[in-house]
Design a binder for this molecule. Sequence first.
Ligand SMILES: [Zn+2]
Length: 440
Amino acid sequence: MPSAATPARILGFALRLVTGALLSACGDGGPPDGPRGVLLITCDTLRADRLGLYGHSLGTSPNLDALAREALVFDNAWSTVPITGPALSALLTGRMPEELGLDSNRTLLAGAAATLAESLAGAGVETAAIVSNWVLRRRSELPDAGVQQGFAHFDDRMEVAEKSRPNLRERLAPDTTDAALAWLDGRTDERPLFLWVHYQDPHGPYTAPADCLVEPEPGVPAEPELALGTDQVGHGTLPAYQVTDGERRPAVYRARYEAEIRFFDRELGRLIDGLRARGWLERVLLVFTADHGESLGEHGYYFSHGQNLHRELLRVPLFLRPPGGAEVTRRSNAPASHLDLYPTVLNAFGLAPGPTRGIDLLAGEPPAERVLPQYLRGAWGATGARYRLIAEKGRRQVFDLAADSGELNDLAPSRPELVRALAEGHQAFVRRLAPATLRA
Ligand SMILES: [Zn+2]
């Protein structure tokens, strides 16, 4: 159902970036005040449960935690697919990856897709993106396809060769932060702004600076070393692209993964300091999430993603920090999805999103009983407030999010009513809106 633009109430702040009003106010030449835009920060391969704001105790994310203390934090937030390109394409369109025809990073968001940035640009918002993952780069051979659609400024400069796959390039966190601040400093446009900054660092191979590493405790009992895999799947072996220094101990790789999070967080802190010094932190709605998580040994998979639909790959951090920060932390356990960010951001600018799969997360307490969809190459998931269904290879499994965070105890055989309810909830979600129609 189309939803009208709604003032944000849940944080007790008025956030309505009425574009026309801002344009005329800025045209007066007076000092900028009031909300001026939306800053979307995404981080690749970042598990919610490895962050302080979600209870992790190893000091991985002090800067992210500080931002979240001034925000509305979602404890039950989900990606739609554990693969970068499809996940971020879904986030930027509010459409499920399967209706966008996106199965892998080898497929690109179609040029005909309606993106958030296109809608905002069409309404007079300045749009800019700084991305640091190779799969998000603009393709010269397909200039209309991909996630850059609608961004007037799209910075995909990546000059560092990935350690294990030198044909792939990336941009490290210090350069991502520098690029964002330099672009803001060079900006002369006074229109409201939508800026997307994507950090890459927790994505393997894990190569953070040594001062970010906290050595793992000796395993008790010792965990078997892993064989060096010849593919990138990581099922019982180390994915080939992850292997560094011939290391085979999984605990070392987990520590290195957390080191990457500290590295990202340190540079995020520098970005936040820079935004604060320039007055931006007072004037933007800040949206933070990750594209997907990472398998760290759960369900037999090591240091990879894109291989299954379990929680460690799909539960993501998500918080919304209002301009200036909320006085108190608000937390919501209602199911929330990347699909919700499309209407949430449009409404923040005072724009009606039209028919959309998501809901405005700032329009009030989200419904507690929604069933959210996930997808992976024909397999699908359905996540509610308490239970999750995973349907793959003709088998349906149900897990209790509250009692079984590891998703080890399949309730489907004993609770067929849960299987039915989640499957019906998934179908209802899919059918609620006509599929996106995209040109081939
Ligand atoms: Zn990713």
